[in-house]
Write a protein that binds this ligand. Sequence first.
Ligand SMILES: Nc1nc2c(c(=O)[nH]1)N[C@H]1C(S)=C(S)[C@@H](COP(=O)(O)O)O[C@H]1N2
Ligand SMILES: [Mo]
Length: 262
Amino acid sequence: MFRNVFKPRRGSITTPDQSLLAENRKLIERIDRRKLLRGSLSLGALSLLTGCDISDRSSVQGVLKAFSDFNDGVQAALFDPARLAPTFSPDRVVKPPRFNAYYEIEDVKPVDLSTWKLELSGLIADKRPWTLEQISALPEQEEIIRHVCVEGWDYIGQWSGPNLKDFLTRVGADLSAKYIAFHGHDDYMESIDMASALHPQTILATRYAGEPITAPFGAPLRLRTAVKLGFKNPKWIRAIEVTNTYPGGFWEKQGFNWFAGL
Ligand SMILES: Nc1nc2c(c(=O)[nH]1)N[C@H]1C(S)=C(S)[C@@H](COP(=O)(O)O)O[C@H]1N2
Ligand SMILES: [Mo]
């Protein structure tokens, strides 16, 4: 039924990606049960659910329009930290990953790994910066998850690095704070809700397919979370900030919904 809600009235005919729909059937049923299809389904969920449409730019735009005045609070209620996003087998991993940023790949300025440090600020007890060596010594978690970009494409990627919740606990972050903001070396800033930050499938990724992340994809450290859209996965992180003051982010200024998750 919801497939019709945002279907483009005319224009190109799109082919439903049945696997995408199948993977998310549980979520579809869940949302249907809660009768939240109109007015409160997140953009992230919708672009996943409408697998047929996310490859169609115009319909993605329609979805964005329909969701632009969503209430973040209503969406947050949809979020269930106990629910895991789908994971995939290693043979489906795309190598190299697919690039995106608010500029072209030629304009990526590689971060100097020899001087790089992760800065910590805000509601964190131990704000000492971390070197890459220190971060690499932490236990790693690997996840093979789907990356979905609001621009209408997706791919399966294999990411590993320290679990974010473990890291935040280790540095004494206030886990009851509302937001976490990630500042990139390219002046990109995005923030997520604490529940998503503490989700078991949210990591500080240092590796892709077992190898250190290469420059275009966020070396040396980026966020990878299975419960947020692509733009909520900042690359080239230079600082993490824990705060109760709504930080917003780059894409919100372009009119995207802040929650942007399942
Ligand atoms: N620092 C930074 N992080 C960023 C972006 C960016 O422009 N700068 N773009 C975001 C968007 S829109 C997407 S879809 C993903 C792309 O990640 P990938 O190149 O690894 O696929 O990075 C996100 N993180
Ligand atoms: Mo994106």
